[in-house]
Each structure stands twice: as structure tokens, then as C-alpha cells.
Design a protein around this ligand. Structure first.
Ligand code: ADP
Ligand code: MG
Length: 686
């Protein structure tokens, strides 16, 4: 790839500025697309100007004066024989006043606005045309305006682009046969259109991102990302993994001991996983299932298959709270089968930690539960066969790979089961998760009653508090009060939650109220959760730490304060903490008025839907893919020209094109990945 500094006029200073915009090579500049365009190709008559036009005019200054008024300004009366406009400058200097005097001919470009007496151009760009034959100097192309920094002049970009189109080779990696099939412009044509657009090009279509030239580039970029993940999947089929095929007895025992029967969907999904686990290549499977669909028991069955085959299983969670919940659940299920499990978190004492590590290294512990602390350097597994990652929306592809590699032993990789309650719309999954196989649990266990959701302004807080009193005292139920804060700071979150707890204790003196948040010690956290489970606490005030995995069926009311701050997926997750039994549950979205239109429509989506897949699709429509994939997730697609929301219609074609390209043009695939996916080389090593 040619460094940008090989071009004429690009010294270190400019190169440094360009680097800040992530432009290092000639190719980077080609894909640094204009933000918008200005039309300097034709001069308009002043008589034809309309408010809002961005336009080029040419004429003569009739009069120039400094007006005092509210804001001092320098005004030029400017005519071209068809009409008159005012050029207005709030900032001006003496030389400018010297130049812009009666009789000076100018060409001006600017935005037309409505002034006091007539139309105005405020701070237009202008050039003096007294001595030039102006007709010859009009631009041939629309003028692209590039995203830039204050240090870089647009003319630098124009010069770079001119040089590239003159001298550099622009390599096409999508073969003609595939371009024809999917109706794609050649790359050079597309780049020409976008960097040097003809005057008759529709700026409206460009602004909407619907031009075939834009489509071509978006297609190429998304294709490259898809290919990089797809290549990973193919490569992982050449890796070795232990075949976990010695299963049956323990699984039957667990099934017999459960107080429920598996749903058909759970059964189906477990069969898919069991088949994968018997393979000698590592499973990479994404298990999607709505909140409460019963993923944990599927994880337990998978774990038993590995354990019975003589391997260890690691269960990794994003939060300590969820790992504690799993510790309880798995202990209850696996202890009767005499399977040893252990729990590792960041908050163990040194001594306890050493003991735990010893159990893991010796192989004494068959099931190991923990947060990312599971994969710290000093944790060595005796014989790891399966890694289960719960609530995967927080992990990106890099983390998935890092995990798998850490668990590898002597050229053999553990199987991976990745579980998420944030359903990912299919088209999006095909691109962002193309390295994974997917299974879906598409039904809830029987006997659930949908949660009834209300949207209530904070001005009615007292009514809501009275409602808690009623539900907890008269009905013997329990409730959650969830505090949300935008700040990432745990200290502030803690502060907000403990203030709220104090208020609620005053307002509800007869109730036992507990508090749980990210900062309390895990032992204390566990105690509070135990008390809540044992119904010793009526009301649990919490930060969003309870988002995942907490399971208390007697809780039937949840208040979410300032729900407008959270993503839809997160709200849906939170609400999933109630409605876990047959009894009618309620969720109150206690918002801070006024609500924006978008916020209103988002909360309404939550109120009217209880299917996580539908909610995720709406989220995608309203807010775009960042939200759906989880904003906290690292390693989501880092897109330069494509926009998953705008370009989602391309995704189906991209999957198809990817297959063709991968089969017949492997070299081009590699080049495409290198061009677009900065981490592409990194994937290659894995
Ligand atoms: P999630 O998919 O959100 O992780 P869980 O695995 O926590 O869901 O399951 C939610 C609740 O449903 C748990 O209390 C679990 O014991 C129960 N459950 C799971 N499968 C079934 C089933 N087939 N029938 C009845 N209840 C079930
Ligand atoms: Mg779960």
C-alpha cells in the first residue's frame, strides 16, 4: 500500500494531520469520502436565488458600508443585472474593506438566507474577478467537501485526489462476473463519481446515500467484513478439538431430576450442540434465546457431555452477580451428580484464590464458573474441553478468539458455546457474527404470563410508591427498583442508588428494603440476594447490575427509573427479571418528562412488545445497529463508508457474493479483507 507521503506536497506536518483522520495510505484517502458537495460549476442569476440555496453568483459591488445596529457588520450591496443581494460580514478586517469596495467584481459562493431587506449571503467565500476571464475558470466537477480538521485545508484533499486519479493504480478486487450478478459499478467508476462528481449528479440521492457509487463501496466494505469472519469460520474447521462423545448417563440423571420438561426448542438446540461437541473440530456456536427462554439448562446439559467425556468446562459471565447466580444454579443441579465445581472471581482473597487455582490445575474441579477472571494468565486448566460464554453481547470477535486461544492445549482448541439473550436480527447476525453457527430457542417455557408494562412520568412517583406498598404488603410479592445513570462511574451510580434507597425507606417504613450495586463486596452481594430470594426483603433497589441472570420468581413488580437512558435490548433484559412465574407481573417505566419523540417511540416499543426479536428489530430501525450489537461491545464492525442501517438491504446479497468469491477467488478475498478490515491480518494469525 502506497504511503500518502509519496504524493507531491505531502510533508510530515500534513501527513501527521492526515493520520489523525486515519489516512495513512493512498487507499485510505480514496475511501475517505466527501461529507457533501458544493456546486461551483455554474453561475446562477441573482434573480433565481431561493432561500437555502448553496450557490455561486457573480456580479459587482454597488455599495459597501459598516452598519452599527445590534451587531456591527460590514455590508456590500451586490448586483448582477438580474437582481441584488447583500453580502454580510460580522468579522472583517481593514484589508477586506479596502478590497470590497464599490465597483469590485466578485464571484461568491454561499448559502442564501433571508435578510432584513433582501436576500443575503452571510460570510460567503469570494474571489475577486476584476482581471480574469471568468467563464474559463468554472470548476468542471462538483466540489467535494471532505471531513477534515481545522488544521487541514480542503485544497489539500483536492490536490491529493487529483494526483491519485492521475497517477495511481486503483485495484479492482471484485471480478466482473460478480459485479454483473449483483449490479455493482466498477470501483474506479464509483470512486470517480464520488470524488469528482459531474455537475448533473443528484445531490439529493448522494445525501441519502442511495447512489449506485455509494452502494458499490458499501457493498465492498461489508463484503470484506463478512469475508473476514467467514474465513475465520472456515479456518476453525481445520483446527482440532477433543471429540466429547461419552455422554448419556449424567444427562439422563439431570433430566430426571429437573422439576420441568425441556421445551421442544431446548431439546432441538441441545441436539444441535451435542452433535457439534462430538466433532473433532471446535464448535463455535451462538445460542440465541429470549430472556427466560431457559438457556442455562441447555448450558448445563452441554457441560455434562464434556464432563462425562473427561474434560473440564469453563462458564464465563460478564458480571459477578451473574456468575454467583450460575454458581447457585449449577451447584443445585450438579452436586447431586457428585460433580465438583468451583468459582473464581476478581475478589477472592489471595489464599482462597490459590486454593481455587490448584483445583483448576489439578483437574479436581470439573466445572469452573467466573467472570473474565477465568482467563487471567495464572489460571491453568488441566483439560479444558468446552467454554460457555453467557450473555455474549458484551464480547466482540476479538474476545471470542482470545478466549479460545487461551484455552488451547497442544494444538487442540476447546469448543465454544456463546449464549445471548439479545437477539440479533438475522441479517445483522450474518455479517457481524458470520464466524459462528447459530441456534435459536424460539419458545418460552409454558405457563408464563406476559409482563404488563406502563409508561409513567416521574411526577406520579408517589402513586408508584403506593403501588409498591400494596404489592409487597397485601399481595406478598416482591419488587425491584432499578436506578439508571448515564455515567459509567460506579461511584456515581452507587450514590444515586443509595440516595434512592434512603428516600424509599422513608416513604415505605414498613417494608424491608435492600440495596445492590456494582461496588459492594461479592460476599455482601450474595447475602443481599439470598435475603431477597428468601423473601426477607420486600424491595430490592439496584443499579443495572441486575440486568442479567437474576432469577427470583416471586418478584412481580419492577420500577425502572429514567428508562429513556437505556437501550431497548437492555430494557427488555431488565424487565425479564419479572414475569418468571405464572403470576401477572408489572413493569413501570418511570420517565423524566419531557420525552423526545424518539424516546417516546422507543418506550412504546417496549410496552407493546414482549418478544425480544421484535424489539431488537425495532431497535435496529429506530437507532441503528450500534445499539443492537451493544454499545459497550468492543470489536463490532468498524465501518468507514457503509452504514449497517442505511445499507441493510445489501446484506443478503453480500452473504451470497461472499460464498462465490470465497470459492472461486481466494486471493481477491484476502486483498479485500486487507483493504477494509484493519484487524484482518490479526485474524490471519489465529
Ligand atoms: P435465560 O434463557 O434467560 O438464561 P434461564 O435459563 O435463567 O433463562 O431460565 C429461566 C427460568 O425458567 C429458570 O427459573 C428455569 O429454571 C426455568 N426453566 C427453564 N427451562 C424450563 C422449562 N422447560 N420449563 C419450565 N421452566 C423452565
Ligand atoms: Mg441467562
Amino acid at each position: 500500500m502506497t504511503p500518502i507521503t509519496t504524493l507531491h506536497g505531502i510533508g510530515t506536518r500534513i501527513a501527521e494531520q492526515l493520520a489523525k483522520l486515519d489516512i495513512h495510505t493512498v487507499e485510505d484517502m480514496l475511501f475517505h469520502l466527501p461529507l457533501r458537495y458544493e456546486d461551483h460549476t455554474q453561475v446562477k442569476s441573482i434573480a433565481d436565488l431561493k432561500v437555502g440555496d448553496n450557490t455561486l453568483i457573480e456580479g459587482t459591488i454597488q455599495a459597501a458600508e459598516v452598519k452599527m445596529g445590534k451587531r456591527r457588520s460590514f455590508l456590500c450591496t451586490f448586483s448582477d443585472g438580474t437582481g441584488t443581494v447583500m453580502l454580510r460580514f460580522f468579522h472583517f478586517y481593514p484589508a477586506q474593506r479596502q478590497q470590497l469596495k464599490q465597483g469590485t467584481r466578485l464571484r461568491c459562493f454561499g448559502k442564501v438566507s433571508q435578510g432584513y431587506q433582501c436576500l443575503e449571503l452571510v460570510h460567503p467565500q469570494y474571489e475577486c474577478t476584476n482581471d480574469i476571464n471568468s467563464a474559463t475558470l468554472l470548476e468542471e466537477h462538483l466540489t467535494p467537501i471532505y471531513p477534515s480538521s481545522s488544521q487541514l485545508n480542503q485544497s489539500i484533499f483536492h490536490s491529493i485526489i487529483d494526483q491519485i486519479f492521475e497517477k495511481q493504480e486503483i485495484v479492482e478486487y471484485i471480478p466482473a462476473s460478480i459485479r454483473d450478478k449483483f449490479n455493482l459499478l466498477p470501483l474506479l467508476d464509483a470512486l470517480n463519481i464520488l470524488h469528482r462528481p459531474q455537475p448533473n449528479l443528484s445531490l439529493k440521492i448522494l445525501r441519502e446515500g442511495k447512489h449506485p457509487a455509494q452502494r458499490r463501496l458499501a457493498f465492498e466494505e461489508l463484503l470484506a467484513h463478512h469475508l473476514s469472519l467467514y474465513a475465520l469460520k472456515i479456518r476453525s474447521r481445520t483446527r482440532n478439538a477433543p471429540s466429547l462423545d461419552n455422554a448419556g448417563q449424567l444427562i439422563q440423571t439431570l433430566l430426571a431430576q429437573l422439576p420441568f420438561k425441556l421445551t421442544n426448542a431446548q431439546q432441538q438446540v441441545y441436539t444441535e450442540i451435542a452433535t457439534d461437541l462430538r466433532s473433532t473440530h471446535p464448535m463455535q456456536r451462538l445460542l440465541q434465546g429470549d430472556v427466560g427462554s431457559g438457556k442455562t439448562v441447555v448450558a448445563a446439559l452441554s457441560a455434562l457431555q464434556a464432563i462425562e467425556s473427561g474434560y473440564q468446562v469453563a462458564v464465563m459471565t460478564p458480571t459477578e452477580l451473574l456468575s454467583e447466580q450460575h454458581k447457585r444454579t449449577f451447584t443445585q443441579w450438579l452436586e447431586p451428580l457428585e460433580i465438583k465445581l468451583t468459582w473464581i472471581t476478581g475478589s477472592l482473597t489471595k489464599k482462597k484464590r490459590e486454593q481455587t487455582l490448584e483445583k483448576i490445575t489439578s483437574g479436581e474441579a470439573a466445572l469452573i464458573i467466573g467472570t473474565h477472571a477465568l482467563f487471567q494468565k495464572d489460571v491453568e486448566f488441566a483439560k479444558l474441553g468446552l467454554v460457555i460464554v453467557d450473555e455474549q453481547h458484551r464480547f466482540g470477535v476479538h474476545q471470542r478468539l482470545a478466549l479460545r486461544n487461551k484455552g488451547s492445549q497442544e494444538g487442540s482448541y476447546p469448543h465454544q458455546l456463546i449464549m445471548t439473550a439479545t437477539p440479533i436480527p438475522r441479517t445483522l447476525a450474518m455479517t457481524a457474527y458470520a464466524d459462528l453457527e447459530t441456534s435459536v430457542i424460539d419458545e418460552l417455557p409454558p405457563g408464563r404470563t406476559p409482563v404488563s408494562t406502563a409508561i409513567i412520568p416521574n411526577t406520579r412517583r408517589d402513586e408508584v410508591i403506593a403501588r409498591i406498598q400494596h404489592v409487597c404488603q397485601n399481595e406478598g410479592r416482591q419488587a425491584y427498583w432499578v436506578c439508571t445513570l448515564i455515567e459509567e462511574s460506579e461511584t456515581l451510580q452507587f450514590q444515586a442508588a443509595s440516595d434512592t434507597t434512603e428516600q424509599l425507606k422513608k416513604a415505605l417504613p414498613h417494608l424491608n428494603i435492600g440495596l445492590i450495586h456494582g461496588r459492594i463486596k461479592s460476599k455482601e452481594k450474595e447475602e443481599v440476594m439470598e435475603q431477597f430470594k428468601a423473601k426477607e426483603l420486600h424491595l430490592l433497589v439496584a443499579t443495572t447490575v441486575i440486568e442479567v441472570g437474576v432469577d427470583v420468581p416471586n418478584a412481580s413488580l419492577m420500577i425502572i427509573e429514567n428508562p429513556e437512558r437505556l437501550g431497548l435490548a437492555q430494557l427488555h433484559q431488565l424487565r425479564g427479571r419479572v414475569g418468571r412465574g405464572a403470576l401477572q407481573s408489572y413493569c413501570v417505566l418511570l420517565y423524566q418528562p419531557p420525552l423526545s419523540e424518539i424516546a417516546k417511540s422507543r418506550l412504546t416499543t417496549i410496552r407493546e412488545n414482549d418478544d425480544g426479536f421484535v424489539i431488537a428489530q425495532r431497535d435496529l430501525d429506530i437507532r441503528g445497529p450500534g445499539e443492537v450489537l451493544g454499545t459497550r461491545q468492543k470489536g463490532t464492525l468498524n465501518l468507514r463508508v457503509a452504514d449497517l442501517q442505511r445499507d441493510k438491504a445489501l446484506l443478503t446479497d453480500i452473504v451470497e457474493a461472499g460464498k462465490l468469491l470465497f470459492k472461486d477467488y481466494p486471493e481477491q478475498c484476502q486483498s479485500l479483507i486487507q483493504r477494509w478490515v484493519k484487524e484482518g491480518l490479526h485474524y490471519g494469525e489465529v
